[in-house]
Every structure is written in C-alpha cells, then in structure tokens.
Unconditional design. Structure first.
Lengths: 387, 387
C-alpha cells in the first residue's frame, strides 16, 4: 500500500429540492455571481428561471453556450474576462460536467494576471481561484466532487485534464430530478464515463480489498441503475443512485494507497474527442474493451479474473484467460446493451487520422508509464481495433 | 434514497514516515500546541520523543494520562484549563480514539466561557473550536475522520457521543507502523469496533447497492486484515488496510442517502462501558450477535440474508431465516475466532445492574426510534442474553 495525502473539501447537498438553500449558500461567498451554463437545457427544465428567482437579490453575470468538450476559446476566455471586469465573487455552474469543467478553468484564470492557458498547460501554478458552487444536471463526470476539468483548444487539438486542489467546488447541489430529462444517449454515455473512471483505477498493480470492493460496488450499481434510468427516466431512486455512483469517480477515494494506473483510456479518448468532438463517454466505451484485449497478458490477467468474477459473476472455476476473455466480452456487451455505438465509424471517425492521433497521445499523455505500457504503436492498434 | 448534506473536510496524510511533515502542518495553525496523549504507549514506541523533536521550535503544553472511555473530569476539564490559561492555538492528539475524542471536547470547551458539559450535553451549541491535528496509533474508532467523540462522566454513569461539525480534525496523520505494537486484545477490539460501526449503518430499512457494496467490502477487509495483523503484528500491508478500513467507520460516507438506523449497539454498549469501564470494542462484539438474534423478524430478515450471502458467502439457496441464523452465527464465530471474550461475565459484568443499565439506555439513547425498535425490556433481554 502506497502513502497518500487526501482531502475532498467539497460539501455535497443531495436530494429533491435541495436547491432551495441556494441563496443561503451563495451569500457566504459574496454578491456578484458569474452564472455559467450550456446550450439551454436548464431553461427547458425550468432550472434557469428557478435559479434566477432564488438569486434575485444577487448581482448576476452570465456565460451561456458552454459546449460539451468545453473550449478554451471562447468559453474560458470570455468567462475570465467577465469575472475580471466585474470583480465577480463566486461562480455558479449550472449544468453537466462540461459547464463545471469550464467554470473551474475560469475560476483559476480570473485570479491570474497572465494568459489562462499558462495555468491549464501547467506552465504556471495557480495561486488562487474564485470559489465555485455547482448545480449538477447530468450524472457522469464526477466533476462536482473533484478538483479537475478537461479543456479543449481547437486549433492545436489539445484536450488537457487540468487539476488543481484550488478547484474543488465548495458546494455541489445534486438533485436527481434534474436528470429526469437527460436523453437516453447521454444517460448511457454518462454511465460509460463513470464506469470507465472506476476501471481506470481498478486496473493497476497493487490495490486493497477495500478499494476493490468499493470499485466493484460502484460498477455494479452503475450497471443496474443506468438500465433502470433508461427504462424509466423518472425513476427517482435509480437516478439518485446513479448520480451518487458518478460523484465518487474522479476524486481519488476509490484508489487511496493503490499504485498508479495511468488512466490510459482517458489519455486515448482525449485525442478522439479533441480531433472529432465526439461524446466523451461514447469514446471511452468504444475504446475500453479493445484496450482490455490489447493489454491482457500474464502480467495483467489476475486483475481481469477478479473483475470478471466479482463484477459480472463469471464462474471462477475456469482457466484464468478464459475468465478474462469473458469479462472483456461482458464489458463490451454491457455497453452495447445500453445502445452505445461500439465502433468509431459509427461516431464519424475513420482510419485517416489514427496515426496522427496515436502520435499526439504518445507525445502528450505519458502512457509509456501506465500500468500496462502503451507506446504509439499500441495506441494506434487499439484505435484500429475500435474502428 | 433520502436527502443528505455531507462534507468531511479532514485531510488524511497516510503512510510510513508521513509524520515528518508535522512541523510544516502545525505551523499553519500557530505556535502554541496542547499535546494530548494517553497512558504512555507513545513513549514506549518512541513517538513522544519523535514528536517533541520535530516540534522543538513550538511552545508545547501537555495533557497526559487520558484514559480509555475518556473522562470529563479530570481530562476534559484539565485540557480546557490549560488551553485557556496559555492561549493555545491548536491541539495535537497523539494516540488512539480515546485521546482524540477527549481532545475534541477540549477543543470546543476551550472556546466556550461556561461549563464544557453544556456543550457535550447539547445544552449549548458550540460557536467555535480550536483546530485539532492528530497522529492516530490505533485502528478502531475512526475518530480521525469524523466530527464526534465519546465522553464519560463517572459520577452520573453518562457516556455521551458528542458530535459537532466544528470538531473534524483538520489533519489526521496515519502511519500504520505505529500500530505494530498494539496488543492482540486491542487489535481484536479495534476490529470489532470498526465492524460494528459498519453494521450499525448496514442494518436499516433503506440502503443503496453502492452503500451496501461499500459496507460489505469494509466488513470483509476488516475480517481478513485483522486476522493477518493478529498472526503477524508487523505485517505492514495488513496494518495499513485495517487502518484505512477503520477510518471510514463513523464519518457517514457508508450510509449517504440511507434511512436512519439508530446505532442501537452503540446506544446499549455506552451503558456497559459507562457502568463498568470495559473495552468498548469488546462490549460491542458481545452485544452484536445477541441484538441480531433479538431483532430478527419478517421485517428485518432480508437485510440479514443480504449480509450473510455477501459478507460470509452463505449459500443463498436456503430458507431466508436459515440464512439469517447462519449469518448471525458466523458473526459470533468471527469475534470468537479473534479471541474476544463473548460473554459479559468474562469482562466482569453480572446480572446485578442489568435493569438499571437498561433503564438508563431506554431513557437516554432514543432506541425506540431505531430501525428495529428497542424498548427497555428489549434492551434488558439483550443484556441478559449476553451474560
């Protein structure tokens, strides 16, 4: 077991109608709020009007139209400018993980005199950040309980996971009813994203009984509850459980003391969605079983056996490679069963830029240090197997 | 799933030699430290000298001899007096859960003008508390990651669980090597305490797949690792896993969104250790299987089935009450297998004060509202079955 230093200071306020306490929470941080949101789904479900009504005594500036795979230009730059021009006190992010990720980059940029890309690209360490409160409307990324965000820069095909302990939200509101209207496509993609967050941590050299049990529980709960959400989008209990399942994904609690894994699927998927702007969770679901097949070896097989037996209930009395193959197959079939397109071609990606993307990943993601080493050729092979 | 509001702000610094960063951590809180500890085991293992050496540039006041089931008088009162007389900035608790529990009561009392018992008895809500840092030397209570402590007042046989969100430690140092010298008796009692923390939350009306999986993992990890620690007290990995297993016990993360359980075994055990000053974990281990048998009914049986199948691997293809009985039996046998005395008589408790204790519990612990209601007669029956 490895040494660790862990703290998640975020307060989770979870459940139906919890947003009623928003004015009280916000008043702890100041009067001037930057309200960030995406393409308008929060207007459709009435949440925008609800928030504006609750915050009628505050001074609100707005940054709308934050896109999935949120963009440095214009969203982060616009947000930073609004904060600086108006001495904003606190950011309120209302939406999914992309809105929140973008808000985190804005929070750091607003307290920095130079180009915010210096921070995101780790050229400069942030010294301060605006506090962030969020109302999360999509169960997926876990950004509501972690200090990171992923920002894309279109002109360079960069998609960077930017983490800083200054960027934990101070308060996250999670009302499962706001996820009732999430489409089947996004519900499934959110499930795949959250499952992959767990798998990225599960597949490593050294774990504990406790962490393995936590992660196996997380995976099983996600599979059961995502299916229920797809069958009945207004199943409160299933939406609630799925929401909490996703929350723990990236804050590290699943792998305290574990040896590092390298998060290889995220490293690879970042290229796919940077080059093609696909849905992150779908990209992950497509890559994951191909990555598993690619790295299956004498070194890795025991982890796949544990995963297969404990998560999918595969009969343990078989050859270990047979169990591992069945576990990988079960992973693929689960994603397929929730109607995720399981080939890159189905999401508009063909052979043409595979080598370019593989080189980009190999040059930028450090996957030569992943638990199962991935060099440029491995990455290209996994992409091709995913076509 | 119920609404919840959750935050654990404590930083965990975990692993071998992490205490080296103590000066840096403490300097964030001030120069004047109240160092609290127990009967001297920290001197035997060299930790006292280590801490004094590391903190040679600080102004240190000491409160020694804090007892298991820590006492209001003299420990809490003495600690409060020292803090007030010397304007102490921060408390450093070095020892097990009792030292830390006592330190929490001192932290609140030091910032209160009246009698600290007003706070502990919830007559007055604390408005502030000194920051608390701890170095934990026993895997058991989870006090290092929760906002509560248990304080005993000898003259009234009160043993009160005092909780306040001001009392989360700001930093907890957990070095598993400091638990190498913990006796077999205390190792086993710590395991039973931590297991009971989980069981208290597991047995409720309404839980989630995720929480159940977390708790089942916690129980299984505790059983496996406690046995390893007993066999080889210097097994670092086992001591480390057991330490982390215990950490999550009481901070609520195991039951976010669950319906309340009432923590009945703790309510009952508090009377046993208040009247007889027995080891808390042993008292819990003795009561738990008798409580289980007492509450087993058509209403509760399904939880016992889940517990038996998932924690002990009991064959699910049987009558549900048969599975439940086997699960209760397995619980008893596990505690017995780690050499916990499983009868009250073995720890010096006889029939004589059972009715008095049962009345005290019924009057003070609110167990009529537990998941499985316990009235005074139920409590007395459970005590008698435990003799």
């Amino acid at each position: 077991m490895q040494n660790f230093n862990y703290q998640t200071p975020t307060r989770l306020i979870f459940g139906k109608d919890v947003v009623e306490s928003l004015p009280e929470v916000m008043s702890g941080f100041g009067k001037k709020i930057l309200l960030t949101y995406g393409g308008g789904s929060i207007k459709k479900i009435g949440l925008y009007d609800k928030v504006k009504g609750l915050l009628k005594d505050f001074e609100i500036y707005e940054l709308a139209d934050i896109q999935p795979n949120p963009k440095y230009d214009p969203s982060v730059l616009d947000g930073v400018r609004i904060c600086k021009e108006n001495n904003v006190d606190v950011i309120l992010s209302v939406g999914g993980g992309s809105v929140l990720d973008c808000s985190k980059a804005i929070a750091a940029g607003a307290k920095y005199d130079g180009d915010p890309w210096d921070l995101i690209s780790y050229k400069v360490k942030a010294q301060a950040a605006l506090p962030i409160v969020d109302i999360i409307t999509l169960a997926a990324t876990g950004s509501e309980y972690d200090p990171g965000g992923v920002i894309s820069r279109t002109e360079t095909n960069d998609k960077i996971g930017y983490m800083d302990s200054l960027l934990y939200p101070v308060v996250s509101f999670l009302d499962p009813t706001y996820t009732f209207t999430v489409s089947k496509k996004q519900t499934a993609a959110g499930c795949a994203d959250a499952m992959n967050h767990i798998m990225e941590q599960y597949f490593c050299e050294d774990s504990t009984l406790l962490n393995d049990g936590f992660m196996e529980a997380g995976l099983k709960s996600l599979m059961v509850n995502a299916k229920k959400c797809l069958e009945n989008p207004e199943d409160y209990t299933a939406r609630a459980e799925m929401m909490l399942d996703c929350t723990y994904g990236c804050n590290g609690i699943y792998s305290l003391g574990n040896s590092p894994s390298g998060w290889p699927c995220h490293g690879m998927e970042h290229a796919l969605s940077a080059y093609y702007d696909i849905t992150h969770g779908e990209g992950l679901a497509i890559i994951t079983p191909r990555w598993m097949k690619h790295i299956l070896s004498e070194k890795t097989v025991d982890r796949f056996v544990k995963y297969g037996v404990n998560v999918f209930g595969i009969d343990a009395n078989q050859d270990k490679f047979a169990i591992a193959e069945q576990a990988i197959d079960a992973t693929y079939k689960f994603f397929e069963s929730i109607n995720i397109p399981m080939h890159l071609k189905e999401v508009g990606i063909d052979e043409s830029r595979i080598d370019e993307m593989a080189k980009h990943v190999a040059d930028n993601e450090g996957l030569e240090n992943a638990w199962a080493t991935l060099m440029q050729k491995d990455i290209a092979d996994i992409f091709r197997a995913s076509l």
